[in-house]
Design a protein around this ligand. Structure first.
Ligand SMILES: [Zn+2]
Length: 77
């Protein structure tokens, strides 16, 4: 749904919004599809948030006894 909303926000022609039974946009323009895919991804998970999540996850996996485990402490210490 975010993908279709992105087409509207980007003011793409409505003719590119039709879907086939296979689920792909019919009469699609590759450039417009790429734009809609990029914007819909940003709407769902902004790239800054995704980067922070990945960084925090990697730090937790590489150093499990640091910040992540401390923040999960029941007394907040
Ligand atoms: Zn599309």
């Amino acid at each position: 749904m975010a993908h279709e909303m992105a087409h509207v926000v980007l003011e793409h022609s409505f003719s590119t919004l039709l879907r086939t039974s296979g689920g792909e946009c019919r009469e699609s323009d590759r450039e417009q599809e790429a734009e809609a895919a990029e914007l819909s991804g940003e709407l769902l998970i902004p790239s800054d948030a995704a980067l922070r999540l990945v960084t925090a996850t990697l730090q937790t996996k590489l150093s499990p006894n640091t910040s992540a485990s401390a923040s999960n402490s029941p007394n907040g210490a």
